[in-house]
Design a protein around this ligand. Structure first.
Ligand code: NAD
Length: 454
């Protein structure tokens, strides 16, 4: 049993704290957000994350997990202090280290005994030395510490499972013994691969991993655009590629592009670091360019069929940046909504988990109670997040609800032929099928009415 403090109780800090407590450690979580801490103390959850509420409650009840806004209380007796605050994008794309600086400063001011500071936030290469320097200048005389980088690879939507069954744990430090002590927190209970390296290499592994996954997504989106023009189906292309173990099937889903709180900011930050240090990160820049354009592809498809978007009502299914989370940070839906409103459309939207957060962020949008209510009377429907709920809709009912049966499937969750048979004008991403004008649609509808296919 170790005594662990976790600073920051967001998606990463809360999962880290709750899971370490579940592994039998004594964990204190510190956050400056008093409302969040009060809610957590009652066993409530400020975020939607499968399985997490159960783990938090179990460990609160067992007395292994606590929450506080007070650093002095939260750091008492801590052997390990995990920093899990956010490192969002700064104005130039750099990682904004304001929260990390405040956290490191407060840790330095309140630490009373020897501790290992663990950087779990995604921090730029060199941040290990930067955190050590902040502590060096401020800790009380006689208080010793080491800094270890331990980047986090969990995915929102499956964060608890990812923490408990990681593909690997990466640790980096200039102090090998300190890294080995952190390794012991994971190795024995999780029986997972732990890689120990130097601190800068560990920091780079995180950025390189996210940039690589983002590149896979932009790659397949570029292939999708080519497929569309040449009549191939990108889903099957990806499937055929994915069987090759050198390539792998993951992150080869063409769609509206990547979003969320990690890929966009981490690719930007890596590009920034590279360019300020004299490297020319052309691939990273292209990955970002393709991703930006990908959201606009959806509007082009709408315009191709509807002509103008002025005064059209567009329904949107899915707001969170991916299924099984309520996280709206850098979600493609937000930019798509912005672009739609800019072109004069009204937007109606629905998401299974992110509605409360969306209401606060999107005053210009009206919200449906479910997919059918959202589709009612719309001139087109967009699928932006591939929630399972949307894969199981009654498509005939959905078709009847629409005023005009245009469906732009931004995540390729439906089969083009089946959708066409149901009477939709269906546009996927890179599915090689024609996009119809309203005139062509009318001709098709007439033919279909004459010879209906059930
Ligand atoms: P988040 O914004 O959800 O949570 C950050 C928390 O830190 C908030 O609760 C905030 O109130 C708190 N905080 C801010 N300043 C503080 C301070 N001085 N002292 C105490 N608490 C403070 O962020 P997140 O999504 O959990 O991400 C945290 C880090 O982990 C980021 O660097 C991110 O890149 C990285 N990461 C995130 C994910 C993910 O899926 N979200 C995955 C891997 C890595």
């Amino acid at each position: 049993m170790a005594r662990i403090s976790v600073v920051g109780t967001g998606y990463v800090g809360l999962v880290t704290g709750a899971c370490f407590a579940d592994l039998g450690n004594q964990v204190a979580c510190i956050d400056i957000d008093a409302a969040k801490v009060a809610l957590l103390q009652q066993g409530g959850l400020p975020i939607y994350e499968p399985q997490l509420e159960e783990v938090v409650r179990r460990n609160l009840d067992a007395g292994r997990l606590s929450f506080t806004t007070d650093y002095a209380v939260g750091l008492e007796g801590a052997e390990f202090v995990f920093i899990a605050v956010n490192t969002p994008s700064g104005p130039e794309g750099e990682a904004d280290m304001g929260q990390a600086q405040a956290a490191a400063t407060a840790i330095a001011d309140h630490l009373t005994g020897p501790a290992i500071i663990v950087n779990k936030s995604t921090m730029p290469i060199g941040a290990g030395d930067w955190v050590a320097n902040i502590l060096d200048k401020r800790v009380r005389p006689g208080v010793t510490f080491a800094v270890v980088s331990n980047p986090e690879f969990l995915r929102e939507g499956s964060a608890v499972a990812d923490f408990m069954q990681p593909d690997r744990v990466v640790l980096g430090s200039n102090d090998r013994a300190a890294a080995e002590r952190v390794a012991a927190l994971y190795r024995a209970p999780l029986k997972c691969a732990v890689m120990v390296t130097d601190i800068r290499t560990a920091e780079m592994i995180k950025y390189a991993s996210n940039a690589f996954l983002a590149a896979k997504i932009s790659f397949i989106n570029e292939i999708a655009a080519i497929c569309e023009r040449l009549g191939a189906d990108v889903r099957q292309v990806a499937q055929g590629m994915g069987y090759d173990r050198r390539i792998g099937a993951a992150f080869l889903d063409a769609g509206v592009g990547y979003g969320g709180s990690c890929f966009p900011k981490d690719v930007r930050a890596l590009e920034h670091m590279a360019s300020v240090h004299g490297s020319h990160p052309q691939l990273l820049r292209t990955v970002m360019d393709i991703n930006r354009d990908q959201k606009r592809v959806v509007l082009q498809k709408l315009r191709q069929v509807l002509g103008t978007l002025q005064d059209r009502t567009i329904g949107l299914l899915g707001l969170a940046f991916k299924p099984n989370t309520d996280d709206l940070r850098d979600a493609p839906a937000l930019e798509i909504i912005h672009l739609l409103c800019h072109e004069g459309a009204s937007v109606r939207a629905y998401d299974p988990a992110a509605m409360d957060k969306a209401r606060a962020l999107l005053p210009e949008v009206t919200f449906g109670r479910d997919a059918y209510e959202t589709a009612q009377g719309c001139d087109a429907l967009l699928v932006i997040t591939e929630w399972n709920e949307f894969k199981q809709l009654d498509l005939r009912r959905l078709r009847r609800a629409l005023a005009f049966p245009l469906l732009v499937d931004g995540r390729n969750i439906y089969e083009p032929d089946a959708m066409t048979r149901l009477g939709f004008i269906y546009c996927g991403i890179g599915r090689g099928q024609p996009v119809w004008s309203p005139v062509e649609y009318l001709a098709h509808e007439t033919a279909r009415t004459l010879a209906p296919i059930s």
